[in-house]
Write a protein that binds this ligand. Sequence first.
Ligand code: BGC
Length: 766
Amino acid sequence: MKLRYLYLLTGLLCAGTGFAQQKKAVTAKPTKMDIFINNLMSKMTIDEKIGQLNLLTGGEATTGSVVSTNVEDKIKKGQVGGMFSMTTPSKIRKAQEIAVNNTRLKIPIIFGQDVIHGYKTTFPIPLGLSCTWDMSLIERSARIAAAEATADGLNWTFSPMVDISRDPRWGRISEGSGEDTFLGSEIAKAMVKGYQGDDLSKYNTMMACVKHFALYGAAESGRDYNTTDMSLDRMYNDYLPPYKAAVDAGAGSVMVSFNDINGVPATANKWLMTDLLRKQWGFNGFVVTDYTGINELVEHGLGDLKQVSALSLNAGADMDMVGEGFLTTLKKSVQEGKVKQQQIDKACRLILEAKYKLGLFEDPYRYCNEERAKTEILKPEHLQAARAAAAESFVLLKNQGQVLPLKQSGTIALVGPLANTGANMPGTWSVNSDLANTISLLEGMQKNAGANVKILHSLGSNLVSDATYQEHATMFGREIPRDNRLEKEIIDDALSVAKKADVIVAALGESSEMSGEASSRTSLDIPDSQKRLLEALLKTGKPVVLVLFTGRPLTLTWENENVPAILNVWFGGTEAANAISDVLFGKVNPSGRLTTTFPQNVGQVPIYYSHKNTGRPLEEGKWFSKFRSNYLDVSNEPLYPFGYGLSYTTFGYSNLKLSKSNFKAGQQIQATVTVTNTGTVAGKEVVQLYIRDLVGSSTRPVKQLKGFQKISLNPGESKEVSFQITSEMLKFYNADLKFVAEPGDFKVFIGANSRDNMSGDFKLTL
Ligand code: BGC
C-alpha cells in the first residue's frame, strides 16, 4: 500500500516536469478516424471487443514456451485481434481472409513479429549496432527491416528494445543499445523513425513497439525475468529516458515487461502503464503484454487468472500476448463488477486505432504483395548495407605490433568452434534469418582473401567442455557440432594446422544462443575448452588474432595481457563473414566503439562509467587506499571503458576551447577540439562529449555523455569538432522529480572514450 502511495505521489509530483506532457486538448470535432471507430464500436458486442484484445501465435518461430491452438477457429469466432510468428503474404492473406470473410464486422488482424535487427537481411545484434554510433546507419537498418518485413506480410514489429543494462550477466544485454541513457535514447528515436517512417499507412512502413517497459535490464543478479528494485532517481535519470524518447518519436505501441518493479510486476503496474506512460508522457498508442505476461502474474503471487487478467487490464494493458487470460475471463469480471466496460472499450479502441493508422480497414491486404516479397527481400543493396553496418560495429580491442590488418598473402590457420558455423553468424533474436544460407567465417575468408592467401582450418575445441551446457547454448537450429574426441586430440589437430601457417586466426567466444533471452551467465569468461585452445595456440609463438564472437561484454583480462590482437565482432548478421573479412584484410578500417563497459572480472559488475563519486572516492593514480571505495584484489578500473575502440590508424586530440566560461539558461557555450589523424591510413573517430555537474542538490554522476560526432579523417588531416552546450543538456530529475538545470560549476570532457579525454570548466549562472 505504501508503495502504491509513493507511486501516486510520484505521479502528482511529475506534473510540470520534463516527463509531463500537456494532455491533448479534447477537440470538439472528431477526426475521420474517431468517426469510423465510434461507428464500428457502436456495433460491437462485448465478446467482439474482448476478441480484439487477444494476440495469438501463428506457429512458425518459437519465441516462447506456449503455442496458440485452434487459431483458425478462434479467428472465425472473432476472438483474434492480432497474430505473430507467421510470415509470407500467402499465409497472412489466408488468415486475414478468414477474419475479413467470416466474422460479422470484418475487422482485419494486425500481424506482428520480432523483427529485431533486420528481417531476412539481418543486421548486427543491437548491442553491436549501437557500437557504430551512427544514427543514420541505425535508422536505415530499421528502414530496410521494415521494407522487407512488410513485403512479407507483416505490419508490426516488437522493436526497438531500449532496456538500459549495466549487467553483462544478463543475456538480453545483447538485444539493447548498452549502458548509456543518452546514446540509448538517440538510438531509440532512430529506430522508431526507421520502422514507422512519416506515414504508418504506407505499404512499406510498420508499427514499432518499444519494449520492455520498464527497467527489465536491471534484473537482480543478471538473472532473466528477475525482480527490479530501483530508486526514483535512477529510474528517471538513467533508465526511463530511452522509453520516453521512443514514445516521443511516435512509437505506436509499447510492450510491458515481465519483471517486478518495486513490488508490483510491470504487467499489473498501474503507476507504470497509466500514470507514467499515459498521463505523464501522453502516450496514445496501445500497450501489449509480453509473452504470457498476464498468466505469469499468478506465479508472481497476485491471484488466479481471472483476478490477474482484471488487474492487468485495469492497470493499463490493452492486448494480451498468447496467454488468453483476457479472452477467457474478462466478460465474467465485467459481470462481477471487477472490470468496467469502459476499460475494455478503451483497450479495444486503441487497438482499432492502430489498425486504422496502418491502413488495414482501407485495405486488409495492403502488406500481402507477392511481387514485393520476391523483389524486396534480400535485395543486393540491403545486403550491402548490412555488410557495411557489420564492419562498422566491430570493435578493435587490441592490436599490438599491428598484427592486423592481415597480409593478403601467405598461410592463415583459422581455428575455433565459431570458425565454421554459418548458423551462429546472425546472432540471437534473428528469428527471420535464413540460417542455412548464411556463410561461415571460413567461407567468408576463403571468398575474400584473394588468390595469394591459403586458408587452413581446424575446429580446435568444442564450444564448451560440458556437453549439456553446449546443448543449451546451441538451440533453435544454431548448432555447433560436437567433436567427441579427447580435448587433447582436437587441440593437437589445430596445432598441426597452426604450424603450417604464418598467422593464426582464432574464432572464439560465445555461440549465438549464449546471449539473448533466458541466457544469463555467472562466468563471463571465454568458455573453458576454448581458453585452453587459445593458450596452446599462443605457445606456438605465431601471431594470434582473436576474432571474438559475443553478445555481451566478456572478461578478457588474461586475453588482453596475452593475445596480440583482439577484434570483437559481436554477431554481425547475414553479412557477418564478409564484413569480418573486410576488416581483417584492411578493406575497412574498424571504427566501432564500446557502448558497454568491459569489466576486469565478474565481481566488478555492475560497472558503468557514469557512476556516482561516493563520499570516499579513490585518489587519482591509486588503485587501493584503506577506507576508500575500492577492492582489495583488483582496481576499480574497467578492462575497456565505455566508448573505447581502436583503429588501424591513431588519433590525436588538442586545443580544447570553450567560447566562454559562463552562461545563463537560454544561452549556450561552444566547446571545440582539434582531432588529427596521426597515423598512416584513413579512419573514422567517434568524438565524445561528456559533462560533470560538480555541485548539485542531488549527487550527480562523475561523467555523462551529452554529445558525439563520428568523423572521417585522412592520414595527417585535422578537423575542428564543435559541440553546443545548452542549459537543456544540463537538466536532470532532482529529488522532487523536477527536471531542472542547477546553476553552478561544470566540467566538460572531450575525447576518444569515457576515460581518455581533455577537460575544461564552465559555469551556469542564474
Ligand atoms: C520476449 C519479447 C518478444 C516476445 C514475442 C518474449 O518472450 O520477451 O521480447 O517480443 O517474446 O516473441
